[in-house]
Ligand binder design. Structure first.
Ligand code: SF4
Ligand code: SF4
Length: 336
């Protein structure tokens, strides 16, 4: 295997590597995903949370139980909690407990404001599906109009924009709008869990969306938090000649991971429901078919956990550094 000295050929990669070196170490990042509650103020078409019944758990409302659970998770080694839902903004008493207990970020639809003054350091990711008309059609509301007013100019907020095959033409204008309100964006791709007609990706739409995302990254480097290698892996579902899928996925909950041989995976990662007991299979829905899963977090984690495999040439290593650097920015291990 080549040494780091052999592998780093340019100053940009060197600077990024220096920034992530500690984070990527053995005691670096240990994240898990938690459902804060099992309710939401939207009913988006195609929402996997409700369609797969993840809300059907005996939601634990006791804040003392939550406090004890957070302590247990920290004792398990978790040092970063990714809070999802349901909808975290609807349970601020629970967010208070999380915020006081562990470094955390929240994923929200942005319709109800999470008060910045109450959580000054919390990273907030807002889900977004497209332009005004598309959001109204699929989510019943122009959520961007509402969320951008809530969070305009907030340096610790980004949009998590899920791109669908029919909405490629919106990516440019939507990215521009996000930049205009002083926020950032990270892209991921729609997974057609419910076989909606016209929503499957094809070789042609994969190639087009890759070009669009690359172009946006070149044109708006201060707005788009991404990496061209991430775009490539996401749209080809391959990395170093390997095909993404169940036997490669790094984001299966450790507590239920019985794969053999066990692939490289996120250390200690679990996705846990709002009863603090039920473990979801992985970072997304149990009803999702791994063969058509385009989960962006799983793709970037896949790259990240396979560091050694990228240590065979300067180009491969630069790609690994680029994606890990992006991950570190999104999950606050280094500044934007
Ligand atoms: S905002 Fe999220 S949890 Fe709520 S309905 Fe939409 S996709 Fe589902
Ligand atoms: S659905 Fe996606 S994230 Fe879940 S195990 Fe399969 S590949 Fe991994």
């Amino acid at each position: 295997m080549l040494t780091i000295k052999d592998l780093i050929r340019d100053e940009g990669t060197r600077a990024k590597y220096e920034a992530i070196r500690n984070m990527a170490g053995a005691h670096g990042m240990r994240s898990s995903i938690y459902d804060v509650n099992n309710i939401c103020n939207l009913r988006c078409k195609g929402c996997f949370y409700f369609s797969s019944g993840e809300d059907q758990v005996p939601d634990q409302k006791d804040l003392g139980e939550l406090k004890a659970f957070i302590e247990k998770e920290k004792a398990r080694g978790v040092n970063y909690a990714i809070l999802i839902g349901g909808e975290p903004s609807l349970s601020l008493d629970r967010l208070d407990m999380w915020y006081a207990g562990i470094k955390c970020s929240a994923a929200t639809n942005g319709v109800k404001r999470i008060p910045r003054e109450r959580y000054p350091k919390m990273r907030i990711g807002i889900s977004l599906w497209g332009d005004e008309e598309y959001e109204e059609r699929l989510r019943g509301k122009n959520t961007f109009k509402i969320s951008s007013e809530h969070y305009k100019g907030d340096p610790n907020v980004y949009y998590l924009y899920t791109i669908t095959p029919p909405n490629l033409h919106m990516v440019g204008p939507v990215t521009q709008k996000i930049g205009d309100v002083g926020l950032r964006v990270h892209y991921q791709l729609f997974s057609n869990d419910q076989n909606v007609e016209g929503m499957d990706w094809s070789e042609e739409t994969f190639a087009r969306v890759r070009d669009v995302m690359d172009e946006m990254l070149d044109r708006h480097p201060e707005v788009v938090v991404s990496s061209k290698y991430y775009h490539r892996v996401l749209t080809t579902r391959t990395m170093l000649g390997r095909r993404f899928g169940w036997m490669e996925c790094p984001s299966v909950s450790e507590a239920v991971d019985e794969r053999s041989p066990r692939p490289k995976r996120l250390a200690g990662f679990n996705s846990i429901a709002s009863d603090y007991r039920t473990i979801h299979r992985c970072c997304t829905s149990v009803t999702r078919d791994c063969l058509t899963c385009h989960d962006g977090a799983a793709a970037m984690s896949w790259i990240m956990v396979n560091k050694r495999e990228h240590m065979t040439s300067p180009d491969d290593f630069a790609n690994w550094v680029d994606v890990t650097h992006m991950f570190a920015k999104l999950y606050e291990y280094i500044p934007w």
